[in-house]
Design a protein around this ligand. Structure first.
Ligand code: C5P
Length: 221
């Protein structure tokens, strides 16, 4: 481990999409590449943190020098997070599927003439809200993300309150921004102090700035 201001701190990071199976060969997913979560894990590692990196099936490779815990589904991610705790800080950068297929088929669903399959959904557990609202052993700092396409600050501020996390890193993922799957990000940090808009910069730089803010926070409290 690198020596730095986060030496001795255990930080949990979730990243990537989740895959929710329909049957053994099909799944429902989303466009998260895992790039921002991976960059955050790297930035924290480089400041000396002991990082547990719980990642869904991402496009970008998991970094070295962190504890990589690969998962597929939201429920697997939740179990992995619970197992990785306690942590000093938890950063939830994963794009967790809101729903899973209620009863996945054990065998491949066959195409039938004149009959379309109908999928029913169940709600996935909200991992961020669960950890934010832990009555015992809550991380000192819980950071969530909010990918929004409109009214970014209002929605993210409401999300922070609803989930009970300390910070929300909000970004506009409208298709014309090129943020989802791209190398840059334009984020607003929502904290108890309000909304702070950061200039558009590389995802690596967003990660480094966030890591430094985490250092400051832990030093103050
Ligand atoms: O509610 P929404 O999905 O917009 O919230 C996004 C934030 O909540 C992200 O930090 C994401 O990692 C986290 N989340 C979670 N578990 C879910 C859904 C979202 O941890 N089931």
């Amino acid at each position: 481990l690198t020596d730095g201001p986060l030496t001795g701190k255990h930080i949990l990071v979730t990243s990537g999409p989740t895959h929710e199976p329909i049957d053994p060969v099909r799944y429902i997913a989303n466009r998260s590449s895992g790039a921002q979560g991976t960059a955050i894990a790297v930035a924290l590692r480089d400041l000396g943190a002991d990082v547990s990196f719980v990642t869904g099936p991402a496009d970008v490779p998991a970094p070295s020098g962190v504890r990589v815990i690969p998962v597929q589904t939201a429920r697997e991610m939740q179990a992995a997070v619970e197992k990785a705790l306690p942590a000093d800080v938890a950063v939830f950068a994963a794009a967790v599927a809101d729903w899973r297929v209620a009863s996945q088929s054990g065998s491949k669903i066959k195409k039938q003439q004149g009959k379309l399959p109908v999928l029913e959904f169940s709600e996935n557990p909200d991992i961020l809200a669960g950890v934010s609202q832990m009555s015992e052993g809550r991380p000192r700092l819980v950071v969530g993300f909010a990918a929004e396409t409109d009214d970014v600050i209002a929605h993210a501020t409401a999300k922070r309150a609803r989930k009970g996390c300390d910070w929300i890193v909000a970004n506009d993922v409208s298709p014309d921004t090129g943020i989802m799957g791209g190398t840059e990000n334009a984020v607003t940090l929502i904290s108890e102090r309000g909304a702070e808009e950061w200039p558009r910069m590389g995802k690596d730089e967003v990660a480094q700035q966030l890591a430094h803010r985490i250092v400051d926070y832990l030093a103050k409290k």
